[in-house]
Design a protein around this ligand. Structure first.
Ligand code: NAP
Length: 283
């Protein structure tokens, strides 16, 4: 990497940020294209978000990413949001449109791209059961419905949170049902829906275990996705695989959201193969 007076700077802001793979992925992409850019992690304290955005403007930073805990909070400091980021209510990507700093959300479409590689007709499936209703569930559900998925079941502990997401999805034209984990009809719903997506952290190295659903109902007709990528195969995906399901972990989403962000910053196709290789090296 040759840093000089022309080097363009990109950042990821969040806290904690030490685990992020985005700098490795994007710096590998810059190098592969011979693009004179550098992407750096910037830990930002929770009460310093406004100053961080002012810094991005003042320092001429060309774009970047936003992660926990700022995805939902950063919108008010920006000059605009994409329509999709507005609907999702969260931003993971910052880019410039002339002199306006814009917030986009590539998480949901990143998931969708990864899913379409596994099942090209995913958007035409009869429906999906989404486990969780947090930030990533919002992004994934909005993208699925915008792509054409007609029916969703949202399963969450806090039913009011799932209810708010259901309102957004119904506005987009979807048929949405909200269920508690112990709903007696959940088993039947999962058996009817060919797509099951875990968006909770249950199964991450830091949250061992598995979402509390009966995996006996799964069949080889099911596609089961888990947004988690550490470990590469969660207990949940192992159970699904043992029932013959097609499975997908969170690496594809991580890659594809980065590919979409890259395109917004540079206006060029990202070298996805190089980025995937770099992720594999670190995971
Ligand atoms: P979030 O906004 O905090 O949402 C977490 C969701 O999980 C909430 O619906 C929460 O339910 C539920 N949950 C948490 N602990 C639970 C438990 N013990 N039992 C049942 N439900 C529980 O988090 P997020 O940003 O959506 O992230 C969720 C997961 O997605 C994480 O594992 C993250 O690493 C992964 N992720 C992956 C990618 C990728 O690129 N692959 C991108 C983003 C996120 P309540 O609302 O009831 O509390």
């Amino acid at each position: 990497m040759q840093i000089n007076g022309q080097t363009k700077l990109y950042v990821i802001i969040g806290q904690p940020i030490g685990h992020t793979l985005s700098p490795a992925m994007h710096n590998a992409a810059f190098a592969a294209l011979g693009y004179n850019g550098v992407y750096l992690p910037c830990p930002v304290q929770e009460d310093s978000l406004a100053e961080a955005v002012s810094g991005i403007r003042a320092l001429g930073i060309r774009g970047g990413n936003v992660t926990i805990p700022f995805k939902e909070k950063i919108g008010r400091y920006l000059d605009g949001l994409t329509e999709q980021a507005r609907i999702i209510g969260a931003v993971n990507t910052l880019y410039w449109e002339q002199d306006r700093l814009i917030g986009a959300n590539t998480d949901g479409d990143g998931f969708l791209q990864a899913l379409l590689r596994l099942e090209p007709a995913a958007a035409a499936l009869p429906g999906a059961v989404v486990l969780g209703a947090g930030g990533s569930a919002r992004a994934v559900a909005v993208s699925l419905v915008q792509a054409g998925l007609k029916r969703l079941v949202l399963v969450n502990r806090k039913l009011d949170k799932a209810g708010k997401l259901a309102v957004v999805l119904r506005d987009l034209g979807a048929d949405v049902q909200v269920m508690a984990w112990n709903d007696p009809d959940l088993r039947k719903m999962i058996s009817q829906m060919p797509l099951l997506i875990n968006t909770t952290p249950l199964g991450m190295t830091a949250f061992p275990g598995s979402p509390p659903i009966d995996c006996e109902v799964l069949t080889p007709h099911h596609i089961v996705a888990d947004l988690i990528y550490r470990p590469a195969e969660t207990e949940f995906l192992q159970k699904a695989k043992s029932k013959g399901c097609r499975t997908m972990n969170g690496v594809g989403m991580l890659l594809e959201q980065g590919v979409l962000s890259f395109r917004l910053w540079i206006g060029r196709e990202a070298p996805a193969g190089v980025m995937a290789q770099e992720l594999a090296r670190w995971l």
